[in-house]
Design a binder for this molecule. Structure first.
Ligand SMILES: [Zn+2]
Length: 129
């Protein structure tokens, strides 16, 4: 069991309340009549599958039923941040690359880190109240 922070409910909720809905920030072609079959096919069927930072659309289906975005590391399964629809992520593959190059410690103790780890003090404090 782990917890995901809903940016609308403003609290951590159990993972069973959420469902993933695929890649985030997909933009529908503005003018479908003048979009090539290839561009339309890309929009409908092709998704990124990166190793590392990925932005995903999730829905709090058993809670507020609102859609929001998650930045997740597909290697470690850590959820690095959640943010409402219409906002941009603060963590991207580019910022992670820069952070690693500079040797900055990751935010493992941060409240957004998930994975039911007892050493995660911030998460335990948040959920025990
Ligand atoms: Zn919610």
């Amino acid at each position: 069991m782990f917890y995901i922070y809903c940016p609308y409910c403003k609290e951590h909720r159990e993972e069973e309340e959420f469902h993933p809905r695929g890649q985030a920030h997909l933009l529908r072609p503005e003018d479908p009549e003048n979009t090539t079959d290839e561009e339309w096919g890309d929009y409908l069927f092709f998704r990124d599958n990166p190793r590392g930072i990925h932005h995903e659309l999730w829905v709090h289906s058993v809670g507020c039923r609102k859609f929001f975005n998650i930045t997740r590391n597909t290697v470690t399964y850590d959820i690095l941040e959640t943010y409402p629809m219409g906002e941009q992520p603060t963590i991207t593959a580019e910022t992670e690359r820069v952070r690693k190059e500079q040797g900055v410690q990751s935010a493992d103790g941060g409240w957004q880190t998930v994975g039911a780890r007892p050493e995660n003090k911030a998460l335990n404090e948040e959920t025990s109240s």
